[in-house]
Design a protein around this ligand. Structure first.
Ligand SMILES: [Zn+2]
Ligand SMILES: [Zn+2]
Length: 350
């Protein structure tokens, strides 16, 4: 008799996910099965039931598939040709899918690999299940001290924010200012990386008082209420009119784009990370040229960023606030995420 497992899956386009019983996957040649310890929830998971099927099919997604792209767990079984791993070895899985052979992968930007249009939890079976099957060993990162149950969020939220800080770090020497907009999951990690890796003063904008209080605990030097009418003026006042040398915008809507552009210092970099669909409502030349400023944007982070984030966490240097949910309560966890009621990252534990 085939063994079965529980999996929280998309079974049809434009329908809510369901907790179902499916066969435990058997690893074929080169493949690895991981026993899931915990899978972190991401805002992007909330979009899955609402995606138009045409878009999913364009991306090569196959229905049904199990949700979840932030996985920590233990190596469980492998197919022929896989060597060097031990049964029960704690691991975190690199969230983005990549080939390792294209020009982008070759440049170290595996998060820009074309294969990443489809991956674990988005078009392929992900980690909100008892087990997850890897098509090869590429996603496996060994962890030592860190509890694998808590590792998932570091592979996505902790990785994307690390990538943002790594891309602007050179702008943040002594006497410089970093501006973080949005102090949620990603912003909270970014504040900690800025504190650990740069000498910059850290200003944080958020509309929620509890997130501003947490930002101070994580290392922010100043917090500013995002609902202020004079937000840009206040940021400029706090930087003596100079503005910020790097802006990490984890919201990315019209209001935060306008504020960020107004607050750029000379030679600064504006990283647009949040998917708030903001528009630049003024000529690019006027906004950037006089300041020699640049705008960057990206999706996710690289494998190297994930290794760096996990290394900091393994050393006990990162605070990773989480709320744990049993796999049977997966829908409840999604509902709390959608309602904005999660304090830290939600993690589904099988
Ligand atoms: Zn994600
Ligand atoms: Zn590639």
């Amino acid at each position: 008799m085939t063994k079965t497992m529980r999996a929280f899956r998309m079974v049809e386009w434009q329908k809510p996910p369901e907790l179902v019983e499916i066969p435990v996957p058997e690893p074929g040649p080169g493949q690895v099965r991981v026993k899931v310890a915990g899978n972190g929830l991401c805002q992007s998971d909330l979009h899955m039931p609402h995606l138009p099927d045409a878009l999913g099919q364009f991306m090569g997604w196959q229905m049904p598939f199990t949700l979840g792209h932030e996985v920590g767990g233990w190596v469980d079984a492998w197919g022929s040709g896989v060597t060097g791993w031990k049964e029960g070895q704690p691991v975190a899985l690199i969230s983005t899918r990549s080939c390792g052979a294209c020009l982008e992968c070759d440049a170290g930007f595996d998060n820009a690999c074309t294969l990443n249009q489809r991956g674990r939890g988005y078009g392929m079976d992900g980690g909100i299940a008892d087990y997850v099957l890897l098509e090869n060993v590429r996603p496996l990162i060994p962890i030592t001290k860190l509890d694998p149950k808590l590792a998932g969020p570091l592979t996505d939220a902790g990785t994307t924010s690390y990538h943002g800080v790594a891309r602007v770090k050179e702008k943040l020497g002594p006497g410089r200012t970093a501006l973080v907009i949005g102090a949620g999951g990603l912003g909270g990690f970014a504040i900690q990386y800025l504190k650990l890796l740069t000498q910059a003063r850290i200003l944080v904008v958020d509309t929620a008082a509890d997130k501003r209080a947490r930002a101070i605990e994580l290392g922010a030097d100043e917090v500013i209420d995002g609902l202020r009418d004079d937000l840009a003026t206040e940021i400029l006042r706090l930087t003596e009119g100079r503005g910020a040398d790097a802006v990490l915008d984890f919201v990315g809507n019209d209001a935060t784009v306008a504020t960020s552009i107004a607050c750029l210092a000379k030679l600064s970099t504006y990283a647009v990370i949040g998917a708030g669909e903001g528009k630049l409502a003024q000529p690019l030349m006027g906004a950037l040229a006089g300041k020699n400023a640049s705008i960057i944007s990206f999706v996710g982070g690289t494998a190297a960023d994930t290794r760096a984030a996990l290394d900091l966490a393994d050393q006990g240097l990162l605070r990773n606030d989480v709320e744990l949910f049993d796999l049977a309560d997966a829908q409840k966890a999604f509902d709390k995420l959608a309602a904005g009621e999660l304090v830290g990252r939600g993690i589904i534990v099988p």
